[in-house]
Ligand binder design. Structure first.
Ligand code: AMP
Ligand code: MN
Ligand code: MN
Length: 348
């Protein structure tokens, strides 16, 4: 999919500029929000504040729980539980959501809002709004959000920059993945120039978890399995975590997010996967590929989405049944050597 056209940018600028007097604006990011979803949304929200927009809410569907490390983000005061948001805002803006299903119970706002703008970077974006600024080449949704603020004439300040930095660092794996282009480092430089402290921010967001999480990681990584024959012989490594694991160690679900990075280390497997129980018989699945397999094909076939080398879906049944379904899809997701762009991005 091509990136946004000048007409797309102009339509997004107009959607903000042409708002009526004292408008209601609703910002929504995807369910189970990560650093890019919350960071791009709250950073953009702070930018809209600078434009004088007063009636402004930020939200996400599902349980209204923000992962502990992201609770201190600037702009968090804009957050409102999903059941208390404007029923018919003048403008709704969606962040980091590849499809309408990621809006959960807030989907209906697309019909009641005066207009809607979709800011995203998923190639699989289904273009479910009225105006779309979707750039699959962008490393994070915050890249798109920063440019839109710039086009609206809002300068960066430290609060906006902290939000966008968290988003950018999250989706580039702290500037390790192949999506870390010169443009990403130039954006990071603009953000750091506002005076934010990357050491403090990174420690809080990525390197601070309760001791119970460390013990939980031991249990979950200890049961990882390697299947060299899966994915047409390219190999699969996977593990799972249950609600009982969380309860036993008195932990919240967000602590499971970094586990995929430990599992995907296994050199013997191209594909890695962590199956995380979110309710009885329901699992959030994270998949990664080192480059030979397009895991977004697997995810889309199983009702989810994502990027070529980082994708996910919601699975039902037992963990073994969920992994069976992944195995069935993997052979068909191997990228042939002559297909274009066969480079791992690892981005989320
Ligand atoms: P995660 O493993 O949660 O970091 O997600 C990796 C990528 O897969 C992200 O870019 C998400 O957009 C996408 N993804 C994860 N879960 C889902 C889902 N249930 N539906 C659609 N996309 C998903
Ligand atoms: Mn995301
Ligand atoms: Mn993202």
């Amino acid at each position: 999919m091509a990136g946004p056209s000048e007409a797309d940018w102009a339509a997004a600028v107009a959607a903000v500029r042409d708002l009526p007097e004292d408008p209601e604006v609703l910002l929504i990011c995807h369910v189970n929000p990560d650093g890019d979803a919350l960071g791009s949304m709250l950073g953009f929200g702070l930018g809209l504040r600078r434009l004088g927009i007063r009636r402004l809410q930020a939200t996400f569907p599902g349980p209204p729980e923000v992962p502990e490390p992201l609770r201190g983000l600037p702009g968090a005061e804009l957050l409102v539980p999903a059941d208390r948001v404007y029923p018919a805002p003048d403008l709704m803006i969606c962040f980091d959501a590849a499809s309408e299903s990621r809006l959960g119970e807030l989907l209906g706002r697309l019909d009641t809002a005066g207009t809607s703008v979709v800011l995203d970077h998923h190639a699989s974006n289904t273009r479910f709004g009225a105006v779309h600024v979707v750039d699959p080449a962008a490393a994070a949704t915050s890249v798109v959000a920063e440019e839109l603020l710039d086009r609206l004439g809002v300068p960066l300040d430290a609060a906006i920059a902290e939000c966008f930095y968290v988003a950018l660092a999250t989706d580039t794996g702290s500037f390790r993945f192949a999506a870390t282009t010169p443009a990403v480092h130039l954006m990071a430089a603009r953000l750091l120039a506002t005076g934010i402290d990357p050491g403090v921010i990174s420690r809080r967001i990525f390197d601070t978890r309760p001791f119970g999480a460390v013990r939980l990681y031991g249990d979950v990584l200890g049961r990882a399995r390697l299947e060299p024959a899966s994915a047409a012989g390219l190999g699969l490594v996977w593990t799972y975590a249950t609600l009982d694991d969380l309860t036993r160690h008195d932990q919240r679900p967000y602590v499971l997010e970094p586990l995929i990075d430990s599992v995907r280390c296994a050199a013997e497997a191209d594909v890695s996967c962590v199956v995380k129980q979110i309710a009885p018989g329901e699992w959030a699945v994270s998949m990664r590929s080192k480059g030979r397999v397009d895991v977004s094909r697997v995810a889309v076939a199983l009702g989810g989405g994502g990027h070529r080398f980082a994708a996910g879906f919601t699975g039902r049944g037992t963990a073994d049944e969920v992994v069976d379904r992944i195995r069935e899809q993997l052979d068909g997701a191997v990228i042939s050597d002559d297909s274009e762009g066969c480079r791992p991005s690892g981005r989320a």
